[in-house]
Design a protein. Sequence first.
Length: 537
Amino acid sequence: MRIFRPVVLAMAGALLAGACQSLDVENLNAPSLEEAKTNASNIEAQSGTAFKYLFTAMQGSDIRNGTTYYPSVALSCMGNEMTVGTTDLGNNQDVCLEPRTAMNNFDQGQWINRTPYQQLYGGIASANDVLDAIVNNGEKIGSPSVDRPQGIHTDRNVWWSHFMVGAGHIYLGLLFDQAIIVPAGKVYEASNTEFHGYNEVLTAGIANVRKAIELATAAPEDTTPTNWVNLNLIPKGDAIRIMHSFIARALVYGPRNPADRAKIDWNAVITEVDAGITKDFTQQADQNITGTRGYYKNFVQLQTDGRPSVRLYGPSDTTGQYQAWLAKPVEARAAIRIATPDKRISQANLSTNGGVATGGAYIQLNSTQTMGTTLGTYLLSDYRGVKYGVGTTNNYYQTGNLVLISLTEMRLLKAEALIRLNRAAEAVALINVTRVANGKLPPVTVSGPPAGTPAEIAACVPRKDNGTCGDLMDALIWESRIENFGIEGTIAWANARGWGKLTTGTAFHLPVPGRELQTLGIPYYTFGGPNNPGSAP
């Protein structure tokens, strides 16, 4: 672990200056620092601003010098969920080319890590401004009452802001090899100038979320306003459940390799999932409100140069086309059309289906190939995402009620925990919920997909890379990848590294942005490329 000592770390309102570097984070809320700390309405708005920063890091975008960058799309591509065929998508394709190369931690490529770095610290800064105004300056939110002399809504701003500080650190720990830990409520602390390794950052994030749960549990009943998580009124009890689900994500998605993932406290994961969401956590997108538009969800719906990767849907193929594709040299690969009994994917290999292509609920054959070939035909895919609708003018990403954490995601985390704890029989039922209802596939058993008769063997989903029928863990991985498609790019990447499914040379975490390193006089470093540190073997 590198320990770096920045010159200074300072936060001001909705802008963050990290280590003497102006992070140029877009101010998602109008009030200045002084106004925000002396006006109850502005303090409330800052609480919502903190979530908008977090959401943008999870699946938003960043516009710089006329070019739009999509970090979550890049993470999805690194996790072999999507494929990007041209330079049209903000240079996200650089990290997905094969053979993998070292990530450009300067210039345009840097926005893959610089954008979430800035956004996450911007959210932490906003939340800490709220805590400073309330805890240190005594500001009251809402009129005082007999039972709430501190103001009827002061408590919810406190526990929500602790949650935002915690969630920001969790995502810093998920994404980066190291980060600065900013204690809740500390707007500036000169002694807090060290970068800590990702495990310490994750631990700090979880601790802050647990503090938020403790504060919310003890606080009076309250509901978040509609402009925090856009048009989603969240009662205190539901907010606590969302917090538990964030902790579950931190525990499972944090490890960088299969050995560390196996060492997770899987009983703790089950505890957090069971205490977590009981309905999907969503935000209503609004094309006129910054911090609500899900650009990642836009790109998983494209027909042009962003498409589902062959490696996403390939394991469901029953014809051997996918195994033949894998066996070819990278430069010789091209788009393939598969046949599969999984109804979430088009059965499009016409030679095995009587010449008739069927529709898929999540991924459909796109008969017109519009992806560019300049970067190589191995990036081509003949399929497009349709999970959130079809059509060239599909605006779900900026008009729909966007799913941020799904019940299915949490259910499958619990299923993996049960398998890891040698409780496979209990995991089977959880895997079969979507496998049967959405995929229309035969249910798995503790042995995996059914393979007892020649017909069942022929229809086995999923298959291993060598073409043999998968086992129960393979079925869990397949179900997780196909059901989490379109939820968040971080999930595909983090799961792939924890399962050992990253393509060789893929960076398994992001470096501190190069501009930050340069400002601090810290030697340049990066990740990615075969045999390089921080890269998949």
